[in-house]
Design a protein around this ligand. Sequence first.
Ligand code: GAR
Length: 194
Amino acid sequence: MTRARVGILISGRGSNMASLVEASHLPDSPYDVALVVSNVPDAPGLAFAAANGIPTFAVSHKGMKRAEFDALVDGALRDAGVDYVALAGYMRLLSPGFVAGWAGRMVNIHPSLLPLYKGLDTHQRALDAGDARHGCSVHLVTEELDDGPILAQAEVPILDGDDADALATRVLLEEHKLYPAALAALIRSGPPAR
Ligand code: GAR
C-alpha cells in the first residue's frame, strides 16, 4: 500500500510530532511525515524534525492576516504533496477556508476528555472540578476550537496529590500512544468522500 503523506503543524515543543514521526518509521505505518510546519520559527520541535530528515517550513504569523498566513501554510502543504494534516500543539485558530480545504483529513490532539475543557489549562481545570478522571482526545478539525468528531480518547485517573504538572506528564504519555494510533486508523479507513 502506498503510504499517505502527513503534514504536521506545531508551535512549540513538538513531542506529539516526534511520536508521530517515530511511529511512521514502523514497517506497517500507513503514513510518512512529509513536512513539519511551524508558525514559531524557533519552535524547539523543528530541530527534531530536521534531525530526522523531514523538511520544515517555519514562518512567523506576526503581522499577517489569519487567512493570508493560512494560505501560505496551505501552499507549503500542497507543494509537499500532503494528504493529511495533523495539528500537534499548534496554538493558532484556523481560518474557515483552511479548515474547509482539509475537511475530514485534518486531525488535532487535545489534552482533555472532550467535550470537557476546550482551550487552555485543561489539567488545572480538571483538578479544580474535582474530576476522578482526565485524559486526551483526537478529533477531526472543524471551525470551532477543539471541536469536531472525536476519533479516539485515552483516560488517565486523577490521583490524590496530583498537581497540574504531574497530571500533564501522565496525560502526555497517553497522547504519545493515542495520536499515532488514531491517525493510522483514520488513514487506513480511507479518504473522506468529496
Ligand atoms: C499537547 O499536550 C497537546 O495536546 C496540546 O498542546 C500540547 C503540545 O505539546 N494541544 C492543545 O492544547 C490544543 N488545543 P507538544 O508540543 O509537546 O506536542
